[in-house]
Design a protein around this ligand. Structure first.
Ligand code: URP
Ligand code: ZN
Ligand code: ZN
Length: 462
């Protein structure tokens, strides 16, 4: 059905103006100061955006939905995760494909695609994890890139599971350079963490509060330095995911000054939750175990300022949903067995609006840039996504900045049994969200169609 969004204040990464938007089919076909509805085809749906912002659909470039990890599976599926994403204004997800070290990469790609097809209500694409890189899988990675997955993921952490040896890391980054594929990377030194974990457990330090001390900032900074050294040697473009602390940001910026093509992602839990959350008594801290861990509060201003100055390109979530009961409690006797992750896909944009924009830590333009446009540019989706332009996909968020409420489990679409931001004040909410011209959310409620989401094939542009 044709759609008219009337009277809104259009805010992109660069522009701010009053206009009407008309969407015919799946794309934006007119943007004009005032479009007379009488000139439009009968049946055109009209959304009144007076007093509201209109943003390009938000993109979360780092989520986990189907994830076999630490002896369990992430709790969401594409239906719950995409409803949650949409209710929070996110219209495109980039999920990490994380196979085990003995799995066949192309089969993994097909498996992850099958998990999304038919259930996604958002558009989606993937970063392909390279968890081993022997000669015989080289052709499979080429085939995956040719199928439209133009980014790799590597884990320098998780020894014995997802961690890649230096030999394989070098070979994978070499292929990425050859193919023009950007390498996204979890940067923490796996061996250092392993040794620290063993020492802590041997000393009887088993609770969730010891997760942070087992992977201090230097361990992450070392990982960033290592990745950037390989990038410097090979010319590969790299992107540090969930960059959590001053020391790691500094390493990435130092590499950038040396000429390394490195971009920085940080994720919403690290901006707002500090290490004291993981120290909460009664095993409550397990809800706040993620990697890299929550940091000392002083790091948060570094992240906010990093976004404001645009040193940090993107704000993602690293949505990795594990319930407190039945999953996080697998680590009752040892913090090393607590599945890592803090789900935030529904909350990200409203948290950035409430605690970033409203507290003058960033402008609305920066919010759009960090939560949408930069991800589109870096991962080959721009200007189809991340923009309000003629011909762009009609992924639009009509946002009510005057809405007042709270974050919490109530109203959340994720299957996880807790909300890390329970009871926090919320300023603003998407009042309508469209994906390729179809309304998927009205006033915070999912009203769309499960299965409408499409796989986004991307070109390698690095
Ligand atoms: O704690 C996290 N980040 N869990 C998900 C896996 C990963 O490292 O991204
Ligand atoms: Zn990670
Ligand atoms: Zn992740």
């Amino acid at each position: 059905m044709p759609l008219l969004i009337q009277g809104g204040r259009l805010i992109t990464a660069t522009d701010d103006y009053q206009a009407d938007i008309y969407c015919q089919g799946e794309t934006i076909s007119r943007i004009e100061p005032a479009i007379d509805p009488k000139t439009l085809p009968p049946g055109t749906e009209v959304v009144d955006a007076a007093g509201k912002y209109v943003f390009p659909g938000f993109i979360d470039p780092h989520v986990h939905i189907y994830l076999p990890f630490m002896g369990t599976y992430a709790a969401d599926d594409y239906a719950s995760a995409s409803k949650a994403a949409l209710a929070g204004g996110t219209t495109t997800l980039i999920e990490m494909i994380c196979p085990g070290p003995t799995d066949d990469p192309f089969e993994a790609f097909e498996l992850w695609r099958s998990k999304a097809a038919g259930l996604a209500a958002v558009d989606y694409t993937f970063h392909m994890s390279v968890v081993r890189f022997e000669e015989h899988v080289r052709e499979q990675f080429r085939k995956i890139v040719a199928s439209g997955v133009a980014s790799f993921k590597v884990f320098l952490a998780y020894k014995g599971a997802l961690n890649l040896s230096d030999e394989h890391l070098f070979a994978a980054m070499k292929l990425a350079k050859e193919l023009g594929v950007i390498v996204t990377a979890h940067c923490e030194n796996a061996d250092a963490i392993d040794a620290l974990q063993r020492a802590l457990l041997a000393a009887g330090r088993t609770g969730p509060e010891w997760h942070g001390p087992s992977r201090p900032p230097t361990v992450e900074a070392d990982g960033v330095h290592h990745l950037c050294t390989f990038a410097e040697l090979l010319g590969t473009h790299v992107y540090t995911v969930h960059t959590s602390c001053d020391a790691a940001v500094r390493e990435a910026l130092a590499a950038r000054y040396r000429g390394v093509n490195v971009w920085i992602e940080s994720v919403i839990p690290h901006f707002l939750l500090d290490e004291t959350y993981a120290e909460r008594p009664g095993f409550e801290g397990a809800k706040y175990v993620m990697s890299p861990p929550l940091r000392a509060k002083a790091n948060q201003e570094v992240l906010w300022n990093g976004v404001k100055s645009r040193a940090i390109s993107t704000i993602a979530t690293d949505h990795a949903p594990f319930s407190f009961r039945g999953q996080k409690d697998m680590g009752k006797d040892a913090f090393t067995k607590i599945p890592n992750g803090i789900p935030s896909v529904q909350e990200r944009v409203d948290l950035v609006h409430t605690y970033g924009v409203s507290m003058e830590r960033m402008s609305l333009h920066t919010m759009v840039d960090a939560c949408s446009t930069q991800a589109a540019r870096l991962f080959g989706l721009y200007p189809r996504k991340g923009a309000i332009r003629l011909g762009s996909d009609a992924d639009l968020v009509v946002y009510d900045p005057a809405y007042r409420g709270t974050f919490g489990k109530k109203g959340s679409y994720s299957k996880v049994d807790y909300n890390a931001y329970e009871g926090w004040e919320r300023l603003g909410r998407p009042s309508a969200v469209t994906v390729r011209g179809a309304i998927q959310v009205k006033d915070g409620e999912f009203v769309g169609t499960i299965g409408r989401g499409q796989f986004l094939a991307r070109e390698a542009t690095h």
